[in-house]
Design a protein around this ligand. Structure first.
Ligand SMILES: *[C@@H]1O[C@H](CO)[C@@H](O)[C@H](O)[C@H]1NC(C)=O
Ligand SMILES: *[C@@H]1O[C@H](CO)[C@@H](O)[C@H](O)[C@H]1NC(C)=O
Ligand SMILES: *[C@@H]1O[C@H](CO)[C@@H](O)[C@H](O)[C@H]1NC(C)=O
Length: 228
């Protein structure tokens, strides 16, 4: 009898925690909470401290950090500028952050994921191929033109590349004030670990046979989307 009482309760609890995870970050307990940098950083909390409410101004809610193209003179011919609550005080407790991606001709953003946020990706200039890979290894990829919006689900590996003949620019909104970025190549190649390097050697050795197949599916995905 006791069990049958607990079952609906635990179901309700599960449902509540499921619904909560659909939203990013915690609900704010007050209207606004612009980040303060006045206090010495010898305490650690989940987020940032708020400014004194009397000292909050309209300029806390504006940023011009994304008003210019980033430097694309690098190996990947791209730049990604993230603006989080650390740089943009007004974002603190809002569960949001923004980013700007610029890609020169042939530029790309290497596969990466955000452990704490989904990303809405709005193309403001150029032609971009964007895609993500789900946990079943399926590729979801699209050809985007100016004005198009694509969504990268939270925690899934995604990438984009310039598929046009001119500079391409996209703006992103992410539903966390601190989405985090995990870059696959950096994690695997730049991490200073003998074990990881051994693993990489093994993986590359093993996958050499499968590489042809992998290339095939990627190219097929591209062609499908280019022709649609
Ligand atoms: C609030 O603003 C006043 C006047 O500009 C300044 O003197 C004071 O240090 C500020 N306080 C905080 C906590 O930022
Ligand atoms: C971007 O904003 C900064 C700070 O407001 C300003 O100095 C700069 O001129 C702006 N750049 C462009 C291209 O508008
Ligand atoms: C690559 O794709 C072609 C045509 O779609 C197919 O015939 C071929 O078997 C594929 N190769 C591999 C290694 O999967």
């Amino acid at each position: 009898m006791k069990c049958s009482m607990y079952l609906p309760l635990s179901l309700l609890f599960c449902l509540c925690s499921y619904i909560r995870t659909c939203f990013a970050d915690n609900a704010p307990l007050q209207d606004i909470c612009p980040t303060t940098t006045q206090i010495e950083k010898n305490i650690f909390i989940n987020g940032f401290l708020c400014k004194n409410p009397n000292n909050v101004t309209a300029s806390d809610f504006k940023t011009s950090r994304l008003n210019h193209s980033g430097d694309t003179d690098n190996f990947l011919r791209s730049s990604v500028d993230f603006v989080t609550a650390a740089e943009f005080p007004g974002l603190n407790t809002m569960g949001l952050s923004v980013a700007r991606t610029d890609m020169a001709v042939d530029g790309m953003v290497q596969p990466h994921y955000h452990p704490r946020a989904s990303e809405m990706f709005y193309v403001s200039r150029g032609v971009i191929i964007a895609g993500f890979i789900d946990t079943r290894g399926r590729l979801f990829q699209q050809h985007l033109k100016e004005g198009d919006v694509f969504v990268f689900p939270r925690g899934l590996l995604h990438f984009c590349l310039n598929a046009g003949f001119d500079l391409a620019t996209a703006f992103s909104v992410l539903n966390s004030q601190n989405p985090g970025v995990m870059r696959l190549a950096d994690a695997m190649f730049l991490t200073d670990s003998d074990v990881l390097q051994k693993l990489m050697k093994k993986m590359i050795g093993l996958s050499a046979m499968e590489l042809g197949h992998m290339k095939n599916t990627t190219l097929m995905g591209l062609e499908e989307n280019v022709s649609s």
